[in-house]
Design a binder for this molecule. Structure first.
Ligand code: A3P
Length: 317
């Protein structure tokens, strides 16, 4: 374990110098263990890789960006902590979901810093990551910690991603160039097919360790998916809780309309120093918005790539 910050910094810079890098677009992307990291995430990811020690009780939320991460953070936090706070004091009412469950790479280990307080986090510790399954540190893969994965139809994810860049990047991204990079897989935490397939395979091989969820399923039957989630996390809803309407209460609190309109999520201020604006994580929250933005040939091409990459996996979108 690398516990010394100076040594850590040295090691990170040495390693970065050896990584494949693509500099087109607004930020350089580095490839580490098969995953493309934007420059603001690479140091944190290497530091976590060299330092983080998973505990068996830890819970991870993994996802490709713009796939429902914010929603799932709200749901997981609320389900796990449902008995800690009365309904009118739920932390989500005053805290951004991305603060309640921080990313390992861009939160706890931001810029390569070794965090001091990881052992003091309430148990179970809740973390998030956008990394691929194969690029998670050994200790995450080999401990008994649980991983919930959420992903989303590729076309909507791309559109959501494009709008997110438009909202907070100084250099306005170009749709065609962004699309082209997306299809080649060289975008943050891409290629998307490796990101998704890694967790999909892991969920088939170790269903007790990895739960695979889809944004569209959450939209379709949230109560059913929340029960599946609570069961997987080892905190199933009791009959009394169901009868009291607790599942509905949590699902309402975590809904797009409620979260989007809370003061803490409406502000342009970053949710975390140097992070994206708090309100950039709530746009439309709908399934199928891609039809309003992509021409048919773009749709067809991305669907073809998805089908080719997922062929034989049993995964259908
Ligand atoms: P759109 O851009 O299509 O609206 P992530 O959280 O992974 O960054 O993904 C962001 C996407 O999830 C955005 O999609 C956002 O609007 C949507 N979203 C955020 N909170 C949501 C919620 N509570 N319910 C449904 N969708 C939500």
């Amino acid at each position: 374990l690398l516990n010394d910050q100076e040594e850590m910094n040295k090691k990170i810079e040495e390693l970065i110098a050896t990584l494949p890098v693509v500099s087109e677009g607004s930020v350089p992307h580095y490839q580490f263990k098969g995953c493309w990291y934007p420059s603001f995430a690479i140091r944190g990811n290497i530091a976590a890789d060299l330092h983080f020690q998973a505990q068996d009780s830890d819970i991870f939320l993994a996802s490709p960006p713009k796939s429902g991460t914010t929603w799932m953070k709200a749901l997981i936090f609320s389900i796990v902590n449902r008995n800690r706070y009365p309904p009118n004091e739920r932390p989500l009412l005053s805290t951004h979901p991305h603060i309640l469950i921080q990313f390992l790479e861009t939160g706890h280990y931001r810029n390569g810093n070794i965090p001091e307080n990881l052992d003091q986090l309430p148990k179970p510790r809740l973390f998030a990551t956008h990394s691929h399954y194969a690029s998670l540190s050994q200790s995450i893969r080999h401990s008994s910690c649980r991983i919930v994965y959420v992903c989303r139809n590729r076309l909507d994810t791309f559109i959501s991603f494009f709008h997110f860049l438009r909202l907070h990047e100084k250099n306005q991204p170009d749709m065609d160039a962004t699309y082209e990079k997306y299809c080649r897989g060289i975008i943050g935490f891409g290629p998307f097919w490796d990101n998704i397939l890694g967790y999909w395979q892991a969920s088939l091989e170790k269903p007790e360790k990895v739960l695979f969820m889809k944004y569209e399923d959450l939209k379709e039957d949230l109560v059913f998916e929340m029960k599946r989630l609570a069961d997987f996390l080892g905190v199933p809803f009791s009959v009394e809780e169901e009868e009291e309407g607790l599942i509905e209460e949590i699902s309402r609190l975590c809904s797009f309309e409620i979260l989007k309109n809370l003061e803490v999520n409406r502000t342009h201020k970053p949710y975390l120093e140097g992070g994206a604006p708090a309100n950039a994580f709530y746009r439309k929250g709908e399934v199928g918005d891609f039809v309003n933005h992509l021409d048919p040939s773009m749709v067809e091409n991305l669907m073809k790539i998805t089908q080719e990459k997922f062929a034989g996996s049993g995964l259908v979108f």
